[in-house]
Design a protein around this ligand. Structure first.
Ligand code: UD1
Ligand code: CA
Length: 467
């Protein structure tokens, strides 16, 4: 468990911008990293750090952002138009800062991977120094579009200057220390100083960062913490940044699984979403996607190019190459694939064998069922130990409705059988290969439903003569 913030803190998350550089219709903070909108990572971290009061400034497609994070407990404030980060905080304060708030944490919604530890460290420094502002920084060889942290000869922070505003000042652009966009403010200072912000002469935006210079002009101290966790603190402004953020999240998730006893043959190429759990001694091959709330047991093997979404695998399950498994349950000791498709509601019990080119939808395959080849089982209940031959198809859909197929315990369905639902094949019954079964088969009986073979005398075929 992480340590928690002791102070009562209001966090303001800035998320009103469109994110022009993403070249997207979607609000920037809703772009996904391993299956979750980026903003969800930031909210989780805040909650884990003990920040309960969160104000989120939204603007561009505000409704979509609201809807994407329901039940988050966040208070939304709409900033319209979006006149810069300083303007965003002005709007947040005017609308919704509890009068009692003493310390305000400001974070950028587009830098969502900040670690709880980093927030705590920044807060410790803020408390220890009594600063008006405590700004988080990182060091970069090329600060590109980030705000540069300007210090005086004694190393005191004097200002943060935006790259766009420093085009004529190579000495400022050369500064390696940049602003990550995370700050603690003394609330009284913030309230008063926000009034004094002026728009930038270069961009016309109102910059939150100008508060640093204002604090210095008032003779207040500004603290800065150079955080070593560079990767997590980079902003996400472009698709390239988004791709880099995905790699950061993936590495941290995969490091956790490795640490907990999961073998990843190539950790770089396992895409495991944050909500997935995996038991020890499970082996995961390259190019595997484990998504949603999937739960993978112990001692499983997941071969290359498999996608598993919102599914449960018990222990000792073997998924062979090229399977797609969605909202399914797979019992202990079962094996699936290669190239099988388990669709929602597939429930494979213990030691079931599902082989290549088999599709299962909304069907229970009880213990020990074998369906080895080229089969479709939909809306079926297949009894324990039943054997489903190659090419068996449940004809579950009559064009209007779906109908069930019931196959009893130990039944044997010959190859290339069509089971026209609704239909029941009794326990221990046997269906001859190539049958089209339209009526129930009583337990223990042998059903054959196909034209009887006739072997006729061959008539000689006259040779065609070439002219
Ligand atoms: C900002 C900082 C820069 C810092 C960088 C770190 C300012 C002026 N610049 O630059 O010093 O190095 O973050 O990543 O603060 N937003 C609003 N309303 C607005 C404008 C922005 O809510 O009117 C939100 C955006 O949605 C975004 C965040 O504020 O989540 C940062 O805005 P962005 O435009 O990305 O600022 P940067 O240019 O990255
Ligand atoms: Ca940004």
């Amino acid at each position: 468990m992480m340590e928690k913030l002791t102070d009562k803190i209001t966090a303001i998350v800035l998320a009103a911008g469109q994110g022009t550089r993403m070249k997207s219709a979607r609000p920037k903070v809703l772009h996904e990293i391993l299956g979750r909108p980026m903003i969800a990572y930031l909210l989780d971290t805040l909650k884990a750090a003990g920040v309960e009061d969160i104000v989120m400034v939204v603007g561009y497609r505000a409704e979509e952002v609201r809807e994407a994070i329901p039940d988050s407990g966040v208070r939304f404030v709409v900033q319209e138009p979006q006149n810069g980060t300083g303007h965003a905080v002005q709007v947040a304060l005017a609308a919704d800062l509890p009068a009692a708030a003493r310390t305000v944490l400001v974070l950028c919604g587009d830098a969502p991977l900040i670690a709880g530890e980093s927030i705590l460290a920044l807060h410790r420094l803020h408390q220890a120094t009594g600063a008006a502002v405590t700004v988080q920084t990182i060091e970069l060889d090329d600060g590109i579009h980030y705000g540069r942290v300007v210090r005086d000869q004694e190393g005191r922070v004097m200002a943060v200057v935006q790259a766009k505003d420093a085009r004529e000042h190579p000495e400022i652009l050369a500064i390696r220390e940049i602003n990550t966009g995370a700050y603690f403010f003394d609330a009284a200072f913030l309230r008063a100083a926000l009034q004094g912000l002026q728009p930038s002469l270069v961009t016309g935006e109102i910059y939150l960062t100008d508060l640093i210079q204002i604090a210095r002009e008032q003779g207040r101290f500004v603290a800065a913490l150079v955080d070593p966790d560079r990767e997590s603190l980079l902003g996400i402004n472009s698709r390239a940044d988004l791709a880099a953020a995905l790699q950061t999240v993936k590495r941290s998730i995969n490091a956790r699984h490795l640490d907990q006893g999961v073998t990843l043959i190539d950790p770089e190429s396992a895409y495991i979403e944050p909500g997935v759990s995996i038991g020890r001694d499970t082996v995961i091959y390259p190019n595997v996607y484990l998504q949603g709330a999937s739960v993978i047991g112990e001692d499983c093997v997941i071969e290359p190019s498999v996608k598993i979404v919102d599914s449960i695998l018990e222990n000792n399950v073997h998924i062979k190459m090229g399977c797609v498994i969605t909202k399914s349950h797979i019992g202990a000791g079962a094996d699936v694939g290669p190239f099988a498709h388990l669709r929602p509601g597939a429930d494979l019990r213990q030691r079931v064998h599902v082989g290549n080119f088999v599709e299962v939808k909304k069907s229970v395959l009880h213990e020990g069922v074998k369906a080895g080849h080229l089969t479709y089982l939909g809306d079926a209940d297949v009894g324990p130990g039943a054997n489903v031959g190659a090419g068996t198809i449940t004809c579950n859909y009559d064009g209007a409705k779906k109908h069930p197929t019931i196959i009893g315990e130990g039944a044997f369905i010959g190859s290339n059988t069509a089971l026209v639902a609704p239909v029941t094949v009794g326990a221990g019954a046997y269906v001859g290969a190539g049958s089209t079964i339209t009526e129930d088969v009583p337990p223990g009986k042998l059903a054959i439903s196909r034209a009887r073979q006739v072997n006729l005398e061959r008539r000689p075929v006259a040779n065609k003569k070439k002219k």
